[in-house]
Design a protein around this ligand. Structure first.
Ligand SMILES: Nc1ncnc2c1ncn2[C@@H]1O[C@H](COP(=O)(O)OP(=O)(O)OP(=O)(O)O)[C@@H](O)[C@H]1O
Ligand SMILES: [Mg+2]
Length: 311
């Protein structure tokens, strides 16, 4: 095995997990076609540590006993699991192995936190929605005061700061519903943000490789729905990338020092807004040809470059 994919099955119900496993098979096959031997290890089986060097023990084995590539599914709704997974990621970063799911400047900060992404993108003149992060516990309600001050909107989206696959992305229409939603967040540990609902014609994923946009995947919600995620019933098709989005995307990839970056934009007649970015774990399987092969070639070239660097 030269690559280990550390997954976190506890995120899902068993039936959902089966579907995800089937969907991941295409990606696993691609790794094999590109000459990689890949092993999937569930995060709860791993014990991170130090014993003369960083260690990732699985029983009597150490996954860091030779130099490998790692992909880590870092997002979870479970705060205790998130702490465990960050110990795994930090052990890999401390070792001679490569954490392939990093691949950007300052991944601990900018890897998956949407608020941190908005700070970074907004500072660079990229259009970003006003966003309010919900404080914790009995202080959560303080978010509502800032929403009425800073988010001039007919409706709102409440979503986790660090999740994926459309998990917990909720559209609410009134301040009364928003207030009840914040009440429901009060006892939990899932950090969330509130944004205006941005009426959009789809979520465009732009793939940037070696500084240049190489493909665009437009995901549209199903009729009557608001989530564009293909895993939530949205549909995907190739789209040529408008020049404004191309320029912003290439600038972000450059400033993030990322050789391979997928950047999502919500589209509207009034212009796009930035939504989020992701590195090598972002889906591309829904692209038609020839874009799909172009993106997978770029992905595996990036993985090869990163494994070769520092060897
Ligand atoms: N502020 C918003 N206004 C309108 N729609 C939104 C907004 N934020 C998110 N959405 C919709 O919800 C979808 C999922 O939201 P988002 O991409 O932020 O979350 P995610 O769970 O990280 O998804 P992904 O799997 O793409 O990483 C988006 O693709 C978009 O269709
Ligand atoms: Mg998304």
């Amino acid at each position: 095995m030269d690559i280990v994919w550390i997954s976190h099955p506890d995120n899902y119900r068993p039936a959902t997990l089966q579907g995800i496993g089937a969907g991941a098979q295409e990606r696993l096959d691609l790794f094999a076609e590109h000459g990689h031997t890949l092993r999937v290890v569930q995060s709860h089986l791993i014990v991170p540590g130090w014993a003369g060097g960083p260690r990732l023990w699985v029983g009597d084995e150490d996954l860091l006993d030779e130099r490998r590539g790692f992909m880590v599914t870092g997002w979870t709704w479970d705060a205790a699991a998130a702490t465990h997974i960050s110990a795994i990621s930090r052990a890999i970063r401390a070792s001679s192995s490569v954490l392939l799911t990093d691949g950007i400047l300052d991944p601990e900060r900018l890897g998956s936190d949407k608020l941190a992404m908005y700070h970074f993108a907004g500072e660079r003149g990229v259009p970003v929605l006003p966003t309010v992060s919900v404080p914790y516990g009995r202080h959560a309600g303080a978010a509502l005061e800032q929403v009425t001050r800073h988010l001039d909107a007919d409706g709102y989206v409440v979503k986790p700061r660090e999740m994926a696959r459309g998990f917990g992305v909720l559209k609410v229409d009134t301040i009364e519903q928003l207030s009840a939603t914040v009440d429901l967040l009060t006892p939990g540990a899932l950090g969330c943000v509130i944004q205006p609902y941005f009426a959009n014609s789809g979520d465009l994923r732009v793939y940037v490789h070696r500084g240049e946009v190489i493909a665009g995947l437009l995901r549209k919600p199903a009729a009557g729905s608001y989530l564009a995620n293909v895993s939530q019933g949205g549909s995907g098709s190739a789209m040529s990338v408008p020049s404004e989005i191309r320029e912003h995307s290439e600038r972000l990839a450059r400033d993030l020092e990322s050789p391979y970056l997928c950047i999502d934009w919500l589209l509207s007649d009034a212009g796009p807004v930035f939504n989020e970015w992701m590195t090598v774990s972002a889906a591309f399987e829904n692209l038609p040809e020839p874009e799909k092969t172009r993106v997978s070639d770029a992905l595996f070239a990036t993985i090869a470059d990163r494994l070769a660097a520092g060897e």
